[in-house]
Design a protein. Structure first.
Length: 470
């Protein structure tokens, strides 16, 4: 009977943590106007799902097609089927929110160490879920429509596939591992740098003796063949692209310290990952029965050091953001007494909640109010049917791709011949930053607010009245 009660408590805790995690990531779900940071990804998904001609848009305004964007477009088409007009931003954001929820729900799939998994005790996965639910980087990527949410889920799925192969070395796990790596490389070729950093950690975690003992060439060949097939299929569909970024390193001490601090504060949840890594390193050591702890203890410093060579961490930001709550859960599960785990876990959660408010919460305060977003959308839609009399249909006097994409979102069905630059030339619809010393000859319809302190004046010729219309 006691076991039944423990299972019921674990199920209730799982549901409660998942509900809180989704609630924290859902405040932007029904926002009518995308934020500049997420607008290029939304426009890229809309171009794939609504058949828009993005070739006439400036570079960087809409992201190139990728598996994440095309899957979001398919989700939006399914949710919007039978309705009039273009899908709203919510139809696209639901896909990213779903991936964030799946990320949280899949953490227990890493399993317990006595079954070939990661965690030491049964409450370890729940603590890792709780830490991930309030981790600032993961929450922020779930609030925005950002491929980062898909990348974190793919990374966790990669760990689950590796854990499955460690427990049951079959072709299924090997093929799943190869397919996930192929999708990752198709989305971003820079995933190769993350794999390069993780390879030594996997080798050290498994151990040379065990690696030689369980090496199966057929499984490795199946994984490589699946990787090549998946990447080739996505490339054939036009979903694989991007350029491999070469690592660069700043020799300025101030820049190096600032970049390191940003990674520890944001990606590593205020230093939680560093404390968890220290605990795993001391506890796990180099004993054979602590393979997963040893793998994480090696992977974290390699990913942290490698991220310093790329802007905002590059592809290595994903392992850092994912390993932070996982290492916290593993480190906490090594404590034998349950009441001590409960006290320490509660303190860590309180700190993460405070840190989430200080970072993501303060960043969200700069977003415009819902009423301002609705007013901006209504204002931009007034210019939708402006008569076509100029060479450019829409001109945005800004070179910021995020701001241009946000302004184009309500006008995307009429966004042909778009120009985003600083040239003082009129178009059918002219969008001028607030404070710019230029007055187009068209009628000013109003001001659209994109961010606190960032607004654009909307100019357009009003459609001529039809004959017979009073």
């Amino acid at each position: 009977m006691r076991k039944v009660w423990l299972i019921a408590i674990e199920v209730l805790a799982f549901a409660a943590i998942l509900a809180v995690g989704v609630w924290l990531r859902a405040p932007n779900l029904n926002a009518p106007l995308p934020l500049p940071r997420e607008a290029p990804a939304l426009l890229g998904a809309a171009a794939a799902g609504e058949g828009l001609d993005a070739r006439q848009w400036p570079e960087g305004v809409a992201k190139a097609p990728s598996p994440f964007l095309c899957a979001a477009a398919a989700c939006a088409r399914f949710l919007h089927e039978g309705n009039e007009g273009a899908p709203t931003a919510r139809c696209y954001r639901i896909f990213g929110l779903t991936l964030s929820a799946l990320f949280l729900a899949a953490i227990p799939a890493l399993g317990l160490r006595r079954r070939g998994g990661v965690f030491e005790t049964a409450d370890g996965p729940l603590w890792a879920m709780a830490f991930a639910a309030v981790s600032p980087a993961l929450v922020w990527s779930g609030i925005l429509f950002d491929p980062f949410a898909g990348q974190t889920f793919a990374f966790l799925a990669l760990l689950v596939a590796a854990r499955a192969y460690a427990q049951w070395p079959t072709y299924v796990a090997a093929v799943a591992f190869g397919a996930l790596v192929g999708v990752g490389l198709a989305v971003d070729p820079n995933v190769a740098w993350a794999l390069l950093a993780l390879a030594p950690a996997m080798a050290v975690g498994v151990g040379w003796t065990r690696l030689c003992l369980y090496w199966r060439t057929a499984h490795v060949a199946a994984m490589a063949a699946t990787l090549a097939a998946v990447w080739g299929a996505l490339a054939w569909l036009g979903w694989a692209g991007g350029e491999l970024t070469l690592p660069t390193f700043s020799t300025t001490p101030g820049t190096w310290l600032r970049e390191s601090a940003w990674r520890l504060v944001w990606l590593c949840a205020g230093g939680l990952a560093a404390l968890a890594w220290l605990g795993l390193t001391v506890w796990g050591g180099w004993r054979n029965n602590r393979r997963w702890a040893r793998l994480m203890a090696v992977a974290f410093p390699l990913c942290l050091a490698g991220s310093l060579f790329f802007d905002e961490g590059g592809a290595l930001a994903v392992p850092l953001a994912c390993l932070t709550p996982l290492m916290g859960g593993v480190a906490l599960s090594t404590i034998p007494k349950a009441w001590i785990r409960g006290v320490l876990g509660t303190l860590v959660l309180a700190f993460l909640a405070f840190w989430l408010h200080r970072t993501a919460g303060e960043a969200w305060e700069s977003a415009p109010e819902r009423a301002e977003q609705k007013a901006a959308v209504a204002l931009l839609l007034q210019a939708h049917d402006a008569p076509a009399t100029h060479e450019a249909r829409i001109r945005v006097l800004s070179e910021d791709p995020g701001a241009c994409a946000t302004l184009l979102w309500p006008l995307r069905t009429a966004a042909t011949r778009v120009a985003c630059d600083g040239r003082f030339e009129e178009a059918d619809i002219t969008l001028v930053p607030e404070g710019a010393q230029w007055e187009p000859r068209q009628a000013e319809l109003g001001r659209a607010t994109l961010w606190k302190g960032v607004s654009f004046r909307v100019f357009a010729d009003r459609p001529s009245a039809k004959k017979g219309t009073p």
